[in-house]
Design a protein. Structure first.
Length: 251
């Protein structure tokens, strides 16, 4: 599949909203107006922080170093971040969300994800504790989703989006962005933090047994779009284009 993506980009671009990897989703999930996208209960937060920092963080640090020789650049760009923010990245690995979590460190970040991820046994419970937020597929539930995310941004939370929407493993070009993440940024007057996942050839002893490429993750400087225009759609498009160009320049 990876070879197919590299050699036949134009064919696959016709289906750019489709994930290359399709997961087993045997369960159902009820996402309605009463669904808690952000669970602030003390017990939930205790176990969430315990799992995230006590188990997942150290395990994934080691795993990503062994499998991908992960290198993280640009942490200084979010060191002084004091407000809510939208972070965005290309979506090229199943575990790229874990890399972003490691990069943000103690800065708590939430990840928007496909509703289908919450239909997988056990995984649905695990990713909820690890701050995953399902994007509802039914239009009637979008209003609640939008309201909850708006409130979270006002409360200073960082929310991650994959504006390319679909996962394409090891794809090395930037794909077309959707508007959602930039809509939230404009409406809530918060910065966008571009994050770029790039690939590099293994070096040293790793190139003897590693066929796939290693990974570098770059956190770029936050972008807060300033424009006197009253046209909301125009602001969103210009912010999206600005972020896209900066990320493309750093691929």
């Amino acid at each position: 599949m990876e070879k197919y993506l590299e050699e036949d980009d134009d064919i696959h671009l016709q289906n750019e909203n489709e994930d290359v990897i399709h997961l087993w989703e045997p369960l159902e999930i009820n996402i309605d107006v009463n669904y808690k996208y952000f669970n602030n209960g003390k017990i939930f937060l205790f176990f969430s922080n315990l799992l995230y920092y006590g188990i997942a963080f150290p395990v994934l640090t080691i795993l990503n170093k062994i499998v991908y020789d992960l290198k993280i650049e640009g942490k200084e760009n979010i060191k002084n971040l004091k407000t809510g923010a939208i972070s965005v990245s290309n979506h090229v690995l199943v575990l790229d969300c874990s890399m972003i979590g490691l990069a943000f460190g103690l800065k708590k970040i939430y990840f928007t994800t496909r509703e289908g991820s919450f239909k997988i046994p056990f995984v649905r419970k695990l990713i909820k504790l690890l701050r995953a937020i399902p994007i509802p597929t039914k239009f009637k539930n979008e209003e609640c989703f939008v309201r909850e995310l708006n409130n979270a941004l006002k409360d200073g939370k960082i929310i991650h989006f994959y504006p390319e929407k679909a996962l394409w493993p090891y794809y090395e070009k930037l794909r077309k962005f959707k508007n959602g993440a930039f809509n939230f940024a404009i409406k809530n007057n918060v910065p966008v933090i571009p994050v770029v996942v790039t690939f590099r050839n293994p070096k040293g002893i790793r190139k003897l047994f590693k066929k796939k490429k290693d990974v570098t993750l770059k956190i770029l400087e936050p972008i807060k779009y300033v424009n006197e225009s009253n046209n909301q759609k125009d602001k969103i498009e210009k912010l999206k284009d600005q972020v896209y160009q900066i990320m493309q320049d750093n691929m």
